[in-house]
Design a protein around this ligand. Structure first.
Ligand code: ADP
Ligand code: MG
Length: 256
């Protein structure tokens, strides 16, 4: 049975998609079987995994509306050596259309139940909002990975996310917990980065992952080649960090 993790933060541009794609590729390098679920209508994770979001036979949209099985909609990232449940703009419509449906928060959870024996990890790349789509991600998951930049405003908004996670835990999904805060786009030369990083460790203790993802231009360049950064330049600092994070996650799930 797969362990399922949401990569969530309602802020945009904080590294959710980069983390989802590169953790998937990093885990694949460690011989883990991975499904990456793109739950963002922007389809950036789909593209970053090397899949053309314009030519999908089926997508997360059809899966959420019950019009396709995950087994029919998933496709392979040959570059990353993991499976992808892909998305494109159509998914934005699901937000509205699901309102009419029964069990609307649990559509993704129910759909994933049919494939969870095929994988060690299922990673869900959430959109930048605490929306019905994100709620579906949180209801489906065992845990949440929260990528954060170590900047002055990093903690702003975190309490909204933590409160949402608490509510989902109380009302919809008792399995759900925060697995950890992941420091991303880290610049060790900046005193502020060091300070915020230390603050996070002080406040959140072992909820802060040991691995730190540095700011690394190779990670930012990789999506335009349709290849995860971990594969694009495996020896780069960014790739090495995501592989180390994969190893940390493999250790974490042993105690879950
Ligand atoms: P989100 O999914 O939260 O909106 P992204 O993963 O798309 O965030 O990242 C936002 C931008 O920052 C992208 O242009 C991405 O390439 C870049 N980026 C993310 N992580 C890093 C990193 N560690 N080093 C350099 N650039 C990064
Ligand atoms: Mg994104």
């Amino acid at each position: 049975m797969a362990k399922i993790f949401c990569v969530a933060n309602q802020k945009g541009g904080v590294g959710k998609t980069t983390t989802s794609v590169n953790l998937s590729a990093g885990l694949a390098k460690l011989d883990q079987r991975v499904l990456l679920v793109d739950l963002d209508p922007q389809g950036n994770a789909t593209m970053g995994a090397g899949i053309n979001k314009a030519g999908l036979k089926a997508s997360t949209y059809e899966v959420l509306l019950g019009e396709a099985e995950v087994s029919a909609a998933r496709t392979r990232s040959e570059a990353g050596r993991f499976d992808v449940l892909p998305s494109n703009r159509e998914l934005a419509g699901a937000e509205v259309e699901m309102v009419e449906l029964e069990n609307r928060e649990r559509r993704l959870k129910d759909a994933l139940a049919s494939v969870d024996k095929d994988y060690d990890f299922i990673l869900i790349d959430c959109p930048p909002a605490l929306s019905m789509l994100t709620l579906n991600g949180l209801c489906a998951a065992h845990g949440v990975i929260i990528p954060m930049q170590c900047e002055y405003y990093a903690l702003e908004g975190l309490s909204d996310l933590v409160n949402t996670i608490k509510k989902v835990h109380a009302n919809l999904n008792t399995d759900l917990k925060i697995i950890g805060l992941l420091r991303v786009m880290f610049d060790p030369r900046m005193t502020l980065s060091q300070q915020v990083s230390a603050q996070l460790e002080q406040h959140f203790g072992d909820k802060v992952f040991n691995t730190i993802i540095p700011r690394n231009v190779r990670l930012a360049e990789a999506p335009s080649y349709g290849v995860p950064g971990v594969v694009f330049d495996p020896s780069s600092k960014g790739a090495q960090a995501y592989i180390a994070f994969g190893a940390e996650m493999v250790e974490r799930i042993k105690t879950m």
